[in-house]
Write a protein that binds this ligand. Structure first.
Ligand code: BYC
Length: 323
């Protein structure tokens, strides 16, 4: 037998050592041994996350030219640019697992890869930009603050930086909401309408309920996830209801009520058929989003070609100098 081929006994002992490291709270690094399932699960989750950041630029990017003031335009531009950066950190993190970014991008462009359902909804008014910052970035912070303690080092470290930036994003969104909430009746109405449209899709961002989440058990066991989808969704609702009260905005859920025994804001049933339809590609903007990404990719071909030629030239120069 080839001495480098792991035997079943080696695998079992390696797995036990790996799980002991995770139980001890150690961070797993790219060159460490890891089970193939761990690598696969992380590649799936991280690449979906990277795609979400990139596709997530589109609904807001749509409003850069229509922001109501120079200050709003600057902060929205900076936010959308940050999302591009987040996508790039996470693609880099995913590459540490041994997968090529080109392959990941191809999976997105040909429709094989998933990205967050939330970005398949349209941004119809300026209030949507405020509400996305408040609710969507707010949900992302709840989810990603926990991922900053994930067992895989490169992912956890990317999340620390991303969460710091997401906090600014949430504040710029909430500030837009406060201005609209204190504005004219038409502005308040526009804000309420945006909240009505984005509330339920924001709750769906946390994924299916725990009883219907095939990946959770494995991810929790290996401490990639530290909380379940439902636990994080509940935390988000508990944090957000008082913010809605402060805005004097109604959340579109007649079943929302405080359970004084648990301290949780209980909420109504999520429309899971809508969630699954959007994930299947049947949401209001799925086609438009993928089309925009494909066009951007084709339009950027010359940039990739130029960067590749430049890198080759630099290497050539290096070789000449070394010689
Ligand atoms: N949308 O077993 P489950 C951002 C899929 S970026 C679409 O619970 P898991 C932001 C799931 O992938 C937001 N698909 O999965 C950016 C799985 O499918 P596969 C993105 C969803 O992985 C710009 C299947 O359903 N954040 O915030 O245990 C501007 C079963 O689900 C969704 C991240 O990606 C969904 N909402 O848990 C502003 C965070 N939910 O792959 C903001 C990292 C589930 O088995 N990811 N699916 O075919 C995670 O935390 C977890 O992957 C999830 C899902 C909680 C999303």
């Amino acid at each position: 037998m080839n001495p480098t081929t792991p035997t079943p006994a080696d695998d079992a002992s390696q797995l036990a050592a790996f799980e002991a490291r995770i139980a001890a709270g150690e961070s797993i690094e790219p060159k460490d041994w890891m089970p193939e399932r761990y690598r696969k699960q992380l590649t799936r989750m991280m690449s979906q996350h990277a795609h979400s950041e990139i596709v997530g630029m589109l609904p807001e990017g749509n409003w850069i030219t229509r922001a109501p003031s120079l200050r709003r335009k600057l902060s929205l531009l900076a936010k959308v640019q940050d999302e591009a950066g987040h996508g790039l950190y996470i693609y880099c993190g995913t590459e540490t697992l041994g997968v090529d970014r080109t392959e990941l991008v191809d999976q997105l462009l040909d429709g094989r890869a998933k990205y967050s359902s939330i970005f398949n909804y349209p941004t119809l008014t300026w209030a949507d930009i405020g509400v996305i910052g408040w609710l969507v970035d707010g949900a992302a912070i709840v989810n990603q603050t926990v991922l900053a303690k994930a067992s895989y080092g490169p992912y956890a470290r990317a999340m620390i930086r991303i969460c710091k930036e997401e906090n600014f994003h949430k504040r710029q969104g909430y500030e837009i909401c406060t201005v609209l909430a204190n504005g004219t009746p038409a502005q308040r109405e526009m804000l309420q309408d945006a909240v009505n449209r984005f509330w339920w899709p924001s709750l769906m961002m946390f994924g299916p309920s725990d009883t219907n989440s095939p990946n959770s058990a494995e991810l929790l066991k290996w401490r990639v996830k530290r909380k379940t989808n439902d636990e994080l969704r509940q935390r988000f609702v508990n944090l957000t209801v008082p913010q809605a009260v402060a805005l004097r905005i109604t959340l579109p859920d007649p079943d929302l009520r405080l359970n004084s025994a648990t301290g949780d804001w209980e909420f109504g049933e999520i429309d899971w058929s809508e969630f699954h339809a959007v994930v299947r590609g049947e949401g209001p903007c799925n086609r438009e989003r993928l089309e925009a990404r494909r066009t951007a990719h084709e339009d950027g071909a010359w940039v990739r070609a130029a960067a590749t030629a430049y890198a080759a030239k630099q290497q050539g120069n290096g070789a000449t100098v070394a010689a």
